[in-house]
Design a binder for this molecule. Structure first.
Ligand code: ZN
Length: 225
């Protein structure tokens, strides 16, 4: 089910930019009702295009062609002002609990629609933690990125032989991560792709990142466009 619940917190996309990314968030609030109130409160100055409740209900808050205020400082693919070039989707979740099955199904329906509407490839769907590794941790360790990737709604690194994969940070920048230091990027990378991994950077991190950079690099995307 989809409902309209307009938020006053939006503006024009700057420089005529169009959505080329989708940024996934969790609300870190106790209920969808509380999150809706905040995302529509003019004094809060935050919003998103969509909020998805735990039962799968999608609330449309800001029109897709407008600039919602969800991303904040950060960058992806070497470019900042992510708000001007993305669609923001909030999931009602405190951050430490599993995402409900009906909520994930609702997200998948919405992502499929948005990606068709704006002709977005799977690598366009990223987490808030990806574009702001030094500030943000959502959608967090409980979010099932692999499930999305299996449906072509995001990407997942293939298991590759470790070694000979190049410098982790260089490959991370090619994939899209911002220039915030290798430690912060490793944390964000593992949060999304290796949540069970511990300890210092290892060969598997480097090999998986090299695979992402090889198949989905920002440069390659631009060259194909
Ligand atoms: Zn967020």
């Amino acid at each position: 089910m989809s409902l309209t619940h307009p938020s006053p917190n939006f503006g024009e996309r700057r420089g005529g930019q169009r959505p080329e990314l989708v940024v996934i968030h969790y609300t870190a609030m106790a209920s969808a009702a509380a999150a809706l109130e905040r995302l529509c409160d003019p004094t809060a100055e935050v919003s998103a295009h969509y909020l998805i409740d735990t039962d799968g209900t999608a609330f449309s808050l800001v029109a897709e062609d407008a600039r919602a205020w969800h991303a904040g400082a950060g960058a992806w693919g070497g470019r900042s002002d992510v708000n001007s070039r993305s669609i923001g989707i909030e999931l009602a979740n405190l951050g430490a609990e599993p995402f409900a099955e009906r909520q994930m199904a609702g997200l998948e329906r919405l992502l499929a629609d948005v990606m068709t509407r704006w002709a977005l490839p799977p690598q366009a769907v990223i987490g808030h933690s990806d574009m702001a590794p030094d500030r943000k941790g959502d959608p967090g360790i409980r979010f099932d990125w692999r499930r999305l990737a299996l449906q072509g709604l995001s990407v997942w690194p293939e298991t590759v032989e470790a070694g000979g994969s190049g410098d982790f940070y260089t490959q991370a920048r090619r994939f899209g991560y911002p220039d915030v230091g290798a430690d912060a990027v490793l944390t964000a990378f593992r949060l999304r792709f290796r949540p069970w991994a511990e300890g210092p950077l290892d060969e598997t991190d480097a090999a998986l990142m090299a695979d992402l950079a090889r198949r989905f690099s920002v440069d390659a995307g631009a060259a194909q466009a």
